[in-house]
Design a protein around this ligand. Structure first.
Ligand code: AMP
Ligand code: ZN
Length: 467
């Protein structure tokens, strides 16, 4: 079954095929948090969406390398460091820790790499040097280095790959030092910002003079270092398309001369009770605010996962109450299945799993995926009431749920969760055995062992256990 995703670059739903010629390894980069405050639930919608993409790819058998940067030097951060008379590391460290705690509370798998911008200054400088050498970046009178959109376009390169920008009508040629600038202007943006007194201790030496990087170049440097000059997937909220992601493309392709990213995925925004989230309206929630009101990370995750990632989502407190009751229905059903199945472990029931995968394959059609889950709950409850479900049937249903939940991540864990990648390998081994390819089956057993899992062949099928 092929997974299809909406690619902002081609403005179409496309079958996902990784760059890896073996079709297995996938590199995925999601723009991470700017650690100047607690992340709000709008931010969390985007990070839960990234987790859904990663987990779906894993269910479809891919080996994902998930990278999420930590933006720990940027205009807003520097302003607050100055206001609070603290150090950059002390200030950003507390919000980075809080972010990672919340990520866990929301049931998100931890990215494999979490590079910090401040630890990639050498890589950032190296890219800027290449851009200067290629004539698409210049040092201005203020000592800062800017990316020249005009020179870039003059080389036949395209600025405006994600959005159709009307470059003739937009204000062009202006120059901006700010990380977040007016979307009405296609401005030359800062790659390196010359040190000014307000920056305090936040500066690094460079061939262009003391200063600090701009926000956009940070992501180019960290993603290229972690995933190579061309990689599979780049994610973020829709507000990042322009200028952040356009600038990332321009800097990266300008420096390497190669296509930067194959699939760009953008998540739509979250509104609160129909309005834009804002502190002045008092509708600005962090995860901590919701936990203080008695809600759980699991309920918030569930709610954030109920709408399609490309549709604006209206967050309400009533919605959270609904999440609690929906999860209660799943928990009750799974609890009864566990009682009936005992320790039996059998192959997953294919029908439910296939319906769920079919929904995901359709550009992560989450409504259809949840519909499959709740139809399954109704059906299981009916069979339990009629006492027509056998222990083996219950075990097969549970095994299917475990794979479904390897994507949803909302189930209450009973015993060790088997990662989707391990389940996929075990299934590949079963197929190899059925095809009498025992050499391949043995090689997979060894691979599973190396990854910390033993496989036991029981009369009810293969059973996985941690080593
Ligand atoms: P930031 O920490 O501001 O760099 O934002 C982190 C991520 O949250 C980015 O991918 C933003 O696009 C995303 N984001 C910001 N506001 C919202 C919102 N209201 N709904 C969904 N995503 C958002
Ligand atoms: Zn970014």
């Amino acid at each position: 079954m092929a997974l299809k995703l909406y690619n902002t670059l081609t403005r179409s739903v496309q079958e996902f095929t990784p760059l890896d010629p073996a079709g297995k390894q996938v590199g995925m980069y999601c723009c991470g948090p700017t650690v100047y405050d607690f992340a709000h639930i709008g931010n969390w919608r985007t990070f839960v969406f990234a987790d859904l993409v990663r987990r779906s790819l894993e269910l479809f058998g891919y080996n994902v390398k998930h990278v999420m940067n930590i933006t720990d030097v940027e205009d807003k951060i520097i302003k607050r460091v100055r206001e609070q008379k603290t150090t950059l590391r002390e200030f950003t460290g507390q919000f980075e820790t809080a972010f990672l705690d919340d990520l866990k509370a929301l049931g998100c798998r931890e990215p494999h790499m979490k590079p910090r911008a401040t630890e990639h200054i050498a890589e950032i400088i190296a890219i800027i040097e290449k851009l200067v050498a290629r004539g698409v970046a210049y040092r201005a009178a203020d000592g800062s280095v800017y990316f020249s959109i005009e020179k870039y376009r003059g080389c036949g390169c395209c600025y405006g790959q994600l959005l159709k920008l009307n470059l003739d009508e937009m204000r062009t040629g202006a120059r901006v030092a700010s990380d977040e600038y007016e979307k009405e202007s296609v401005a030359d943006f800062a790659l390196w910002k010359a040190r000014v007194s307000e920056d305090g201790d936040v500066f690094w030496p460079s061939p262009f003079g003391e200063g600090r990087p701009g926000w956009h170049i940070e992501c180019s440097a960290m993603s290229i270092k972690a995933l190579g000059e061309t990689f599979d997937l780049h994610l973020g909220g829709e507000d990042l398309k322009f200028p952040h992601h356009e600038d990332e493309i321009a800097q990266s392709e300008g420096a390497t001369g190669k296509p930067f990213v194959k699939y760009w995925l953008h998540g739509a925004h979250l509104l609160v009770e129909g309005k834009k989230m804002s502190k002045s309206l008092g509708n600005f929630f962090t995860l901590r605010d919701l936990v203080a009101k008695g809600h759980t990370g699991r309920e918030v995750r569930y709610l954030l996962l109920t709408s399609h990632y490309r549709e604006t989502f209206n967050f309400t407190l009533d919605g959270l109450a609904g999440a609690k009751s929906a999860l209660g229905r799943i928990d009750e059903c799974v609890g009864k299945l566990r009682e009936l199945a005992g320790n039996l472990e059998v192959a997953p029931e294919a029908g439910f799993l296939d319906r769920f995968k079919l929904a995901l394959a359709d550009d992560l059609n989450i409504s259809a995926a949840w519909a499959a889950v709740f139809e399954w709950v109704r059906d299981i409850n009916k069979q339990l009431a009629e006492k027509s479900l056998t222990p083996a049937g219950a075990a097969a249903a549970l095994a299917a749920w475990s794979q479904v939940d390897s994507v949803l991540g909302v189930g209450i864990q009973g015993g060790a969760e088997v990662p989707a990648e391990i389940v996929a390998l075990a299934n590949e081994r079963t197929a190899a055995k059925a095809a009498k390819d025992f050499k391949r089956a043995d090689a997979i057993r060894a691979e599973l062992k190396a990854k910390g899992w033993v496989i036991e062949d029981t009369p009810k099928g293969p059973k996985l256990k941690p080593v």
